[in-house]
Write a protein that binds this ligand. Sequence first.
Ligand code: TYM
Length: 339
Amino acid sequence: MRIVSGIQPTGNLHLGNYLGAIRNWVRMQDEWTAQGHDCLFFLADLHAISMPHDPAGLRANTREMVAALVSCGIDPDKSILFNQAQVPAHAEMQWLLNGTARMGWLNRMTQWKDKAGKNREGASVALFTYPVLQAADVLLYQATHVPVGEDQKQHLELARDVAQKFNNDFGSEDAPVFTLPDPIIPPEAARIMSLRDGSAKMSKSDPSDMSRINLTDDADAIMQKVKKAKTDPEPLPATIEGLEGRAEARNLVGIFAAMAGVTPAEVLVQFEGKGFGAFKPALGELLVETLSPMATRYRELREDIEALDAILCKGALKARDLAAPTLARTYEALGLVRG
Ligand code: TYM
């Protein structure tokens, strides 16, 4: 069994990343490495160049994301923490899988449709083939489990399709080349929504910083963002059915539940009949309590660039070793002569 997952170093780590993915990474790391399984977590810097970007910003964000992950509990002595650019096997494997992935599969990806918008002709080729690189990321290590938020489910299904077709075309039934990976999606926090719009996911690319809680926000900023979060004038209902059609209210209740480690129904038992004037300060305090120690640690860690680079180098060396056998086998299966 092997866990692999990634995050783009394209800005701050926000509450959606934390509740949707990173918290699960930390839990799985602690449980699985104790049983001798490998956990690989990487910065998807090669994915980050699929959109227009500033090289100096990417360089800084890469280091900052390492600091953020470590401050959330990713332990570089337990997990293998690295960035794609230092493990060339990711880019190589993508090319090898490009022969298997179908244009039609990629055309159906909702992220491609959303990010390219109406300007498909002007979108980068990397944005279109992005899911093939994501398939390479996990298949390269024979990942069995991939902890992600709901928005990555479709990309993981594509990785399974690529693996299955490659195994059919170039493997044999008793010796498949690739393992089919299973996505692990948290039930309560699969999709954390924007604080300004309950129909849009919380995202780094939202131009409004008020739409998200960042790991780097101080207590005042968190309380302010929660206070200003969009809601409705109704009090909280007794049951979750009563949240139907109230996307913003449902999102805040979901965040409270995920942070407190209870179900949304249990949150409503506590707050039934109360307005947001009472609920929001309680939610703000809960967020500050959990996120503040991480933010403090993050501010210390981000200063030591050498230590952050050393973490990435050490992780990359281990990742290269783990990637090598599957990469060699893939070249071999395709009939590519390498001496
Ligand atoms: P990225 O960088 O957008 O997000 C990192 C992780 O955070 C989750 N996430 C959310 N979960 C719940 N609610 C939200 N609002 C929210 N926003 C983000 C994402 O689902 C993800 O798990 N393509 C990936 C990175 C990637 C990857 C991979 C992931 C590259 N290769 C291989 C897994 C395996 C991405 O852009 O995630």
